[in-house]
Design a protein around this ligand. Structure first.
Ligand SMILES: Nc1ncnc2c1ncn2[C@@H]1O[C@H](COP(=O)(O)OP(=O)(O)OP(=O)(O)O)[C@@H](O)[C@H]1O
Ligand SMILES: [Mg+2]
Length: 260
């Protein structure tokens, strides 16, 4: 069953398609994400990955085409979709770590006891229990990203939309967070759309990987099925084979972009 369906989606932004014209980031893009799958989106920088995620999240509307979640057109953000943004500015600067993480629960009117339990569990999960009373300005980039992850998980959405969530983390923490996300996904069978630049990370995480063409006018160029058994050791010939194919595919787009 399809969870997220994009059909003929175009997205233009005012200005700089040169000479002051609109810039067409996406052009008639199609994408289907299945219910319960872990879907990774790869593509060269600036191709439109975050734009796709923002459309699914309902933070922006397509210029043309349709974006549907479980057969309903996306009209705005909703509690069914939890978002971890690429930018750390997504946190409320005037709220502490714990207030940021429990914000959604508070809005939903969950009772104080339940809220405290969920808060404790998720702060522990991302290793921020000791920093719970700090404000975002008092945190490192990686810590701020982990607050966002805890906030998204605390709301327990059916769909997790994650935009390079582990980009600012050190290798150790990153590995731990990857394992946690896979564990949560395995247990709760959420639908995950996960953007990354890291091909190895995508192969380690995903059921399927979508590769986007370079922008402007980007689309999904190919979908790669990752049929490796989990957990996935990175050094097997099968892993390397998928890695090399994806690497060549993305490299071709990046090269073409440089030569344009
Ligand atoms: N709000 C906006 N206004 C104008 N142009 C925008 C806006 N958002 C994105 N763009 C343009 O759309 C294109 C796609 O941007 P997007 O952020 O989706 O790329 P990305 O694939 O996420 O890149 P990265 O890998 O660097 O995060 C870029 O050329 C960008 O300049
Ligand atoms: Mg992006």
């Amino acid at each position: 069953m399809t969870s997220i369906r994009l059909r003929n989606v175009s997205k233009s932004f005012d200005g700089d398609g040169r000479a002051g014209g609109a810039y067409t980031a996406l052009d008639r893009l199609d994408l289907d994400v299945r219910e319960g799958e872990f879907f990774c989106l790869l593509g060269p920088t600036g191709c439109g990955k975050s734009t796709v995620l923002h459309l699914i999240a309902g933070f922006d509307m397509p210029s043309a085409g349709s974006v549907e979640v479980r057969d309903h057109p996306v009209a705005g953000p909703g509690a069914d979709r939890g978002v971890v943004f690429q930018t750390e500015l997504a946190l409320f600067p005037w709220l502490t770590v714990e207030e940021n993480v429990s914000f959604g629960l508070r809005m939903r009117g969950s009772d104080a006891g339940e809220r405290a339990a969920i808060l404790d569990r998720n702060l522990e999960l991302v290793g921020l229990s000791k920093h719970r009373r700090k404000f975002p300005r008092e945190l490192s980039g990686g810590m701020k990203q982990r607050v966002q992850i805890a906030r998204a998980l605390a709301n327990d959405p059916d769909i997790l939309l994650m935009d390079e969530p582990f980009g600012a983390l050190d290798a150790q923490t990153r590995r731990r967070m990857q394992e946690e996300v896979v564990r949560i996904w395995t247990e709760a069978r959420k639908t995950v759309v996960f953007i990354t630049h890291d091909i190895g990370e995508a192969i380690w995480l995903a059921d399927r990987i979508g590769v986007m063409t370079r922008g402007p006018a980007a689309r999904v160029k190919e979908i790669v099925d990752v049929k490796l058994a989990r957990p996935r050791p990175a050094m097997t010939p099968e892993f390397a084979e998928i890695y090399n194919a994806l690497s060549a595919s993305i490299h071709a787009e990046a090269e073409a972009m440089l030569n344009e």
